[in-house]
Design a protein around this ligand. Structure first.
Ligand SMILES: [Zn+2]
Length: 289
C-alpha cells in the first residue's frame, strides 16, 4: 500500500518535470497565476530608498540602449522632471499645484498599491497632462526577483493605472534603480522601456530647499532627466522638494529650458534612431552605386 503511494508520487513528480522541460511556459503561467504567484510577491517589498539604494554596478543604459534610457540628446534645451514613489495625499497634490502654476509637465513614476489607495490623485496627475510611469506594484527590488515575478508585479501595477486612467503605461522605473541584465531583458521583451535618471536631487534624504537646489541646478544640461520624489517612505520628509521646486523651475525656465515627459523623450529617441538609419542606408546605397 505504502509502496503504491510512493509509486504514484514518483510518477507525479516525473510528469511535472516532463511538463517543465517540454513546456516551460506552462510553468511560467502557473507561477504567474493569482493563487500561486501573487502569494509569493509581497515578501519582496523592501523599505525606504535610503535603506536600499545601491550604486548601479553595470551601465545598463549602454548595455541595452534600446530598452534603458538614462538621458537623451535633444537639439534644443530640453530636460525632464520625474517624481517617484507617489501618489500620496500630502506631497503629490502640492507638487501638482506647483507644476500647474508654472505650466510644466512631468512624469510621475507611481507605485501600484499606492495608486489604488489614492485614485483621485492619480486621476488628477493624468487630467493635468502629466505622464504616469510604472514604479512597480509593491515598490519591489527587482534585482532580487525572478523575471516572472518582475513581470507579474509590473503587470499588476499596469492594470491599476489602466483601470484608473484608461492608459496603457509602458515606461518603468525600477525602485532603488536596482536592475540586472536578465531583468532588463525580460522587461524589454514585454515591450516596456526602463527610464532611469541623470540628476538625482537626493531629496529622499530629507534635504533642505537649498541643498535640493544645489544638487540639481549646477548639474542641468541639455537632455538630463531629473529625479525627485513625490511621496516619502515612513518618516521621510519632502518639504525640501516642495520648497525648492518653484525656484528650480523658474531658474531653468529663465535659462531657456523646456520640460518633456517620458514618452515624448522616447518618441524623440525613436525619430533620431530612424533618421540615423536612413542616413546609414543612404550611405550604403551611395556606396553600392
Ligand atoms: Zn522609489
Amino acid at each position: 500500500m505504502k509502496n503504491k503511494a510512493l509509486f504514484h508520487i514518483a510518477i507525479g513528480v516525473l510528469i511535472s518535470f516532463g511538463i517543465a522541460i517540454l513546456r516551460p511556459q506552462a510553468v511560467d503561467s502557473l507561477l504567474q497565476s493569482r493563487w500561486l504567484g501573487e502569494t509569493m510577491l509581497s515578501r519582496y517589498t523592501d523599505g525606504s530608498e535610503r535603506e536600499n539604494r545601491i550604486p548601479e554596478p553595470i551601465d545598463l543604459a549602454s548595455l541595452f540602449p534600446d530598452i534603458v534610457i538614462r538621458r537623451w540628446n535633444p537639439e534644443t534645451r530640453k530636460i525632464a522632471l520625474t517624481f517617484d514613489d507617489g501618489p500620496d495625499d500630502i506631497y503629490t497634490p502640492k507638487i501638482l499645484d506647483i507644476l500647474a502654476e508654472y505650466n510644466v509637465r512631468a512624469t510621475f513614476f507611481l507605485i501600484g498599491n499606492s495608486a489604488e489607495k489614492y485614485q483621485n490623485v492619480v486621476k488628477r496627475i493624468w487630467e493635468e497632462g502629466h505622464e504616469i510611469g510604472n514604479h512597480t506594484y509593491h515598490h519591489s527590488n527587482l534585482s532580487k526577483m525572478m523575471p516572472w515575478q518582475i513581470l507579474l508585479d509590473l503587470k499588476k501595477a499596469r492594470q491599476v493605472f489602466a483601470d484608473i486612467t484608461g492608459e496603457d503605461v509602458l515606461v518603468v522605473r525600477p525602485p532603488y534603480g536596482a536592475l540586472n541584465p536578465p531583468a532588463v531583458e525580460a522587461i524589454g521583451n514585454e515591450g516596456y522601456n526602463v527610464f532611469l535618471w541623470t540628476v538625482d536631487s537626493l531629496d529622499w534624504w530629507g534635504l533642505s530647499k537649498e541643498e535640493v537646489i544645489e544638487n540639481v541646478i549646477p548639474r542641468v544640461e541639455r537632455g538630463v532627466i531629473i529625479l525627485h520624489h513625490s511621496s516619502g517612505g515612513p518618516g521621510e520628509d519632502l518639504t525640501g522638494t516642495i520648497n525648492a521646486l518653484p525656484e528650480i523651475i523658474e531658474t531653468l525656465q529663465s535659462q531657456g529650458y523646456s520640460f518633456n515627459t517620458a514618452s515624448e523623450i522616447l518618441e524623440e529617441i525613436r525619430m533620431e534612431n530612424e533618421a540615423k538609419k536612413l542616413v546609414y542606408e543612404g550611405t550604403l546605397t551611395t556606396m553600392k552605386n
